[in-house]
Design a protein around this ligand. Structure first.
Ligand code: PNS
Length: 168
């Protein structure tokens, strides 16, 4: 029997409930799923790669079929080293589409044997993104309903309480 392996790449800075939603859906489709955390995303991440992995480990249901890995370089190269034939990406709204479409086609050009699979997040997560969450938190907004509890705690530990942030 063929084992279907996929990677789910991203910056995960930090992991959100939207990511976990996609992860859960992907586990229903693939035998093995590797959450692939990009070590050095373009802009300096808020959380180190170790912290990002740790937060995923604390937040996601990591049963037998799910692993976490880290990588640098091309996603398709990492997918190959994992024996994956698919790349999972979440799609929220039309605004995601252009960039995702471009990446998927470039990845296909680089590795025609690896297929990008898009999964739709649930309606409640359509507007949830790591960058918006960081912004909302920065300006003192409540992020509890958008991120797993360990992430909310880590944000507070790293940056202090709302009052402290509002005060300077
Ligand atoms: O969570 P993000 O930041 O939307 O994830 C973007 C990611 C990591 C999937 C993308 O930047 C990526 O694949 N980077 C690795 C380098 C690479 O393969 N670039 C070519 C993609 S066409």
């Amino acid at each position: 029997m063929t084992t279907h392996v996929a990677v789910y790449p991203g910056s995960f800075d930090p992991v959100t409930l939207g990511h976990l939603d996609i992860l859960e859906r992907a586990t229903l489709i693939f035998d093995k799923l590797i959450i692939a955390v990009l070590e050095n995303p373009g802009k300096t991440p808020l959380f180190s790669v170790e912290e990002r992995v740790d937060l995923i480990r604390q937040s996601a249901a990591l049963d037998g079929g799910v692993e976490i890995g880290t990588f640098n370089g091309l996603t398709v190269d990492y997918a190959r080293t994992c024996g994956a034939t698919a790349i999972v990406r979440g799609l929220r709204a039309v605004s995601d589409f252009e960039n995702e479409f471009q990446m998927a086609l470039m990845n296909r050009r680089l590795a025609p044997d690896i297929h990008t699979v898009f999964l739709m997040t649930s309606f409640s997560n359509v507007f949830v993104s790591s960058s918006l969450i960081k912004e909302v938190f920065h300006y003192g907004g409540n992020i509890d309903e958008f991120v797993p509890a360990p992430v909310a705690e880590a944000m507070r530990r790293k940056f202090g309480s709302t009052a402290k942030r509002a005060g300077g």
